[in-house]
Design a protein around this ligand. Structure first.
Ligand SMILES: Cc1ncc(COP(=O)(O)O)c(C=O)c1O
Length: 288
């Protein structure tokens, strides 16, 4: 069974054809436009389009200096990519309990999961339900540990008036076809930190710094860029975001209504202040 059918039309096809006609196919003006649209929505100054959320999560961890021997605290319920990127850095994922109502990292269990080797905390906004970021950030700040939101499924979700992806030190979105909007494959790292942005920019593209006349390669970076072909799809999809979100909310309402009579099948209550993008699968929705 397909979990989601992306809302694609002739506009996306035309946008791709336009990019092909320019002959400029790698990361360029379209990616910059897509980054601007997403970071404006999220309400942060920086957005870095990546080839997937997985590469975006990896990039964020490397930019934060996570390496061998370090620990990163994550919820014990997520897609494997959340833990895989930690293992790829030679670090250890430390699994922390989730809350059973919203499936998010349980702040009550977080303090005990943080130790002297903890280099980052990565809460996940499961199915677009924003984790209870207030207490999570309070603990993270008190313990001096940076936070990367795995917001893969949460574009457009709001926590007390702030968008997912703007609540931690960095946020990472996915644009896989099963997510809110799609670029086929793709991701984006968002941040308000100029310092982190500088690291992300360099590491995303071969460790290169562009000078006036030539490039300097200052670090061992990656090629985690999103192509302009993919970004062109994303630009069109961003125009459809409101319609996509309200369509999903209406679907979730319908699921909740039709499943209401089945014992044991309920809608997870949303935290006060949370408005979500929600997967039809998890029969939940609403705002308080
Ligand atoms: C919570 C979470 N994190 C990360 C990912 C990875 O996203 P991508 O497929 O864009 O690499 C997913 C994909 O489903 C996810 O659900």
């Amino acid at each position: 069974m397909r979990l989601n059918v992306p809302l694609l039309g002739s506009e996306e096809a035309e946008a791709v054809a336009d990019v092909l006609a320019t002959g400029y196919l790698t990361q360029g003006a379209k990616a910059a436009e897509f980054e601007r649209l997403v970071s404006e929505l999220v309400g942060v100054p920086h957005g870095f389009a990546t080839s997937s959320a997985t590469t975006g999560l990896h990039l964020a961890l490397v930019a934060l200096g996570v390496g061998p021997g370090d620990e990163v605290v994550i919820p014990d319920f997520s897609f494997p990519a959340t833990a895989n990127v930690i293992v790829q850095q030679g670090a250890t994922p430390v699994f922390c309990d989730i809350r059973l109502d919203d499936f998010g990292l349980d702040a009550a269990a977080l303090d005990a999961a943080i130790g002297p080797r903890t280099k980052a905390i990565m809460p996940v906004h499961a199915f677009g339900l924003v984790a209870d970021m207030g207490p999570i950030m309070e603990i993270a700040r008190r313990r001096g540990v940076p936070v990367v939101e795995d917001a893969a499924c949460a574009l457009g979700a709001i926590y007390h008036g702030r968008q997912a992806g703007s609540l931690g030190d960095a946020g990472v979105f996915s644009f896989h076809p099963r997510k809110v909007i799609t670029t086929a494959e793709g991701g984006m790292v968002t941040t308000s930190s100029d310092q982190l942005a500088e690291r992300l920019r360099i590491l995303r593209s071969h460790g290169a710094v562009r000078g006036e006349h030539y490039m300097s390669f200052v670090d061992a970076g990656f090629n985690y860029r999103l192509s302009d072909i993919h970004a062109a799809i994303g630009v069109v999809q961003m125009r459809k975001l409101d319609a996509i979100l309200s369509g999903r909310r209406a679907l979730a309402d319908e699921y909740a209504e039709r499943l209401a009579h089945i014992e044991g099948c309920g809608r997870p209550p949303l935290l006060k202040g949370v408005r979500t993008r929600i997967s039809p699968m998890s029969c939940s929705l609403t705002t308080t």
